[in-house]
Design a protein around this ligand. Structure first.
Ligand code: EPS
Length: 402
């Protein structure tokens, strides 16, 4: 079973991540991780921090001559901003008085954090709850996606809307019952989305979103949005219906929901399916070139917690960033007086980055279930198991029902 841990504060020395459980001999290099880390940093509407950082991962273990060793892979991503925070973030006690943060921002983890962990300074809570941690997730997710690529499994994403500005064309529905039901390469979605500063697929929508972000900036406000993240090439049979905690759909929902500021996750048609007749929803089973497949993919590639072999389609909703330059009301914890929330350097919107992080998280979950099913200590062994399963899959089904 693969697992990962991340450590690090937003303005500490850096972020550390350890990923383990992957087989040996996966081709893996720092450039590949850095490519995805850079994608996470982009997007119109990001704040000042992204101008300071150029995230780069250094491998501390687990890789030799460009291939994994089967041992834990440890990553380190330096926080360049740390040099400006050395006193404020000192590990040891210091003489100097450091100003405490006492005004909690609604929507952030400030109030719940200080209450739960018994702090007298909101800084202690901000540091770990910050979305800075997601850089470490992209690093471990890059290992997962590199592993999946060896089996032709690709992950990609695009932004559906920011601030309620949707495209004229419903690209999401094309994945469920339109042109892209049989999409072969989900990365093609990202290739297209990455050309846009807000990671959308339509030029006109991009312009409207930029206007909307400019409006938010002017007002000192923030915006959320929604995104699609898709995986293609996933074989039938990952996950299970036998227990609640090994349903592929449930694990994907948990993992996407764990990304900072995500408040909603749908698989396939999601909430919209609840309004329809069954006959309008379920993906009709058909025969194509002698193989069983579906006419539509409203289930989003998962039935009964098990992958169907069609693209896995996930939609996520991100709330607006909680730090506002024209802040909402709150209470000063020292004076208990009503005040406006504190301003902090922040993003105006981070939906494009959120979609990139979701790619990493989806890749992670799929790699986890792939390895649960196929195992293997080396990539070669995993491949043997996988190929033997694939070769026999439809033959077995046919034979069983002869
Ligand atoms: C982020 C780093 C943070 C924020 C942002 C995401 O850096 P700083 O707090 O120094 O500006 O820019 O996080 C948030 C908006 C948040 O609310 O947590 C990053 O690396 O993505």
């Amino acid at each position: 079973m693969i697992r990962f841990l991340t450590a690090g504060e937003s303005h500490g020395k850096g972020l550390t991540a350890i990923a383990e459980g992957f087989p040996s001999n996966i081709p893996f290099d720092e450039e590949y991780v850095n490519f995805h880390l850079a994608r996470r940093q982009l997007g119109y509407g990001r704040g000042g921090r992204m101008k300071i950082e150029t995230d780069k991962a250094e491998f501390l273990s687990g890789v030799r001559f460009g291939k994994t060793l089967g041992s834990p892979v440890a990553f380190f991503i330096q926080n360049k901003d740390w040099k400006n925070w050395q006193k404020k973030m000192s590990v040891g006690e210091i003489e100097e008085e450091v100003e405490k943060v006492v005004i909690p921002r609604p929507g952030h983890a400030d109030l719940v954090g200080v209450s739960k962990y018994n702090f007298n300074d909101i800084r202690n809570s901000i540091e770990r709850s910050s979305a800075r941690e997601t850089a470490a997730r992209v690093a471990v997710g890059s290992l997962a996606r590199k592993f999946l690529e060896q089996f032709g499994i690709k992950v990609g994403s695009f932004v559906e809307n920011i601030g309620g500005v949707y495209p004229a064309n419903n690209f999401g529905s094309e994945l469920l019952e339109g042109k892209k039901v049989n999409l072969k390469d989900a990365w093609s979605l990202s290739r297209k989305a990455d050309k846009s500063v807000v990671r959308v697929l339509e030029k006109e929508q991009e312009e409207k979103i930029i206007e909307k972000i400019d409006e938010a900036k002017e007002k000192g406000d923030t915006l959320g949005g929604s995104f699609y993240v898709v995986a293609t090439g996933v074989p039938l049979g990952l996950g299970s219906f036998v227990h609640y905690d090994i349903k592929l759909s449930a694990d994907i929902a948990q993992t996407i929901m764990s990304i900072n500021a995500v408040k909603g996750v749908e698989i396939g048609g999601g909430f919209a399916l609840a309004d329809k007749f069954g006959s309008e929803v379920h993906d009709v089973i058909i025969k194509r070139k002698g193989e069983l497949t579906r006419r539509t993919n409203r289930a989003g590639g998962i039935e009964g917690g098990i992958s169907t072999g069609l693209p896995i389609v996930v939609r996520g909703a991100m709330k607006p960033i909680a730090t506002l330059m024209s802040p909402v009301e709150t209470v000063n914890l020292q004076t208990m007086g009503n005040v406006k929330a504190r301003r902090e350097r922040s993003d105006f919107t981070a939906v494009p980055a959120c979609a990139v992080i979701a790619e990493s998280m989806l890749a992670w979950v799929i790699a986890k279930y792939f390895l649960i099913k196929f195992g293997g200590d080396s990539l070669e062994e995993t491949r043997d198991n996988y190929e033997s399963y694939l070769n026999k899959l439809s033959v077995r089904l046919k034979k069983n029902f002869e």
